[in-house]
Design a protein around this ligand. Structure first.
Ligand code: MF3
Ligand code: CO
Length: 260
C-alpha cells in the first residue's frame, strides 16, 4: 500500500501541475490515464460500479460547485478563477491508493482561497486523531469542528472509508460526529480521510449524469483526501509523492500552522 499510495500521490501531483485555463477536464483525465499507464497501475475509478452505472473516467474532476465524482468532458473548459478537485484513485499490485486535492485555476478570490486552506487543514486535523485505540468519532468530530469554527459547511452525504484490496471498506469515516464514539482504530488499519466542504449550505444534489454531486448553494466546493495507516504515535500518510521526503517530514510540514 505504500507503493500504491506513492504512485497515486505522484500522479496527483503531476496532474495538478499541468492544469491551466483553457484545458478541458477530458484533457486532464487523458493525461491522468497516460500517467497511470506509465506507472503500470490501473484506475480504480474507471469501471467503478454503482447500481447499474459504470464510472467512465480515469480520475474524478470536479469544477467549482461540483463537489465530487465529476467526469472528464471535452466541453468542460477550465477558466481563470475556477477551482478544480482532482481525485486520483489507483490499484497497484492488488491494493488501492486514493487521494484528492482541490486547486485554484489561476487566481481565485480570498474567500475561495480560505475554503481550500481550511478544507486541507481539516484533513490534517482529522488525520492526527486516527490513532491506535482512538475512535472514528474522534476523527469525525475534529474535522467537523475545524470546518464549522471557520464558518464553512461540512458535507454529510459522502464519507471517508477503510481501504485495502477494495476501494471502499469498513469502517465508514464521516466528516461529522461525536468524539469518543464509533469503531475503534487499530494499529495497521488502512483508511481514507476525505473532508468535503461547501461555503454556505451542506446540501448537495445529483447532476443528470448520475455521478456528479453538486453544491445546492451553487458556490465552490473543496475536497482533500489521503490514504493512511493507523499507528500509535501518529498515522503514516501513504499518499506521499516521490521526492516529498519521509512520511514524518511531510506530516510535520503540513501540520505546522494548524492548531490541533
Ligand atoms: N476518492 C473517491 C472515493 O473514495 C473515488 C471514487 S471513484 C468513483 O469515493 F468511481 F466512484 F468515482
Ligand atoms: Co476515497
Amino acid at each position: 500500500m505504500r507503493k500504491a499510495g506513492c504512485s497515486a500521490a505522484t500522479i496527483l501531483d503531476r496532474l495538478c501541475a499541468l492544469v491551466r485555463p483553457g484545458m478541458s477536464t477530458l484533457d486532464i483525465d487523458e493525461e491522468g490515464g497516460a500517467m497511470m499507464r506509465d506507472f503500470g497501475v490501473k484506475s480504480a475509478c474507471k469501471g467503478y460500479r454503482s447500481g447499474n452505472r459504470v464510472f467512465p473516467s480515469f480520475t474524478c474532476l470536479s469544477v467549482n460547485d461540483e463537489v465530487v465524482h465529476g467526469i472528464g468532458l471535452s466541453e468542460r473548459i477550465l477558466k481563470e478563477g475556477d477551482v478544480l478537485s482532482v481525485d486520483v484513485c489507483i490499484r497497484e499490485n492488488g491494493v488501492i491508493g486514493d487521494n484528492c486535492r482541490t486547486i485554484p485555476v489561476g487566481l481565485v478570490s480570498p474567500e475561495v482561497e480560505r475554503l481550500l486552506r481550511v478544507t486541507e487543514e481539516s484533513l490534517y486535523v482529522g488525520l492526527s486523531q486516527a490513532l491506535h485505540k482512538k475512535r472514528v468519532g474522534d476523527v469525525s468530530h475534529a474535522v467537523q469542528k475545524h470546518i464549522e469554527d471557520e464558518g464553512f459547511a461540512v458535507i454529510t452525504n459522502f464519507v471517508g472509508h477503510g481501504v485495502g484490496r477494495t476501494l471502499h471498506e469498513d469502517p465508514q469515516i464521516p466528516n461529522f460526529g461525536k468524539a469518543g464514539t464509533g469503531p475503534q482504530f487499530r494499529k495497521g488499519m488502512a483508511i481514507c480521510i476525505e473532508p468535503m466542504v461547501n461555503m454556505k449550505s451542506p446540501q448537495i444534489r445529483m447532476a443528470k449524469d448520475g455521478w456528479t454531486a453538486l453544491a445546492v448553494d451553487g458556490m465552490p466546493s473543496a475536497h482533500f483526501e489521503h490514504t493512511l495507516l493507523v499507528d500509535e504515535g501518529r498515522p503514516e500518510i501513504l499518499t506521499i509523492p516521490e521526492g516529498a521526503g519521509s512520511a514524518e517530514e511531510y506530516f510535520e510540514t503540513k501540520l505546522s500552522g494548524v492548531a490541533v
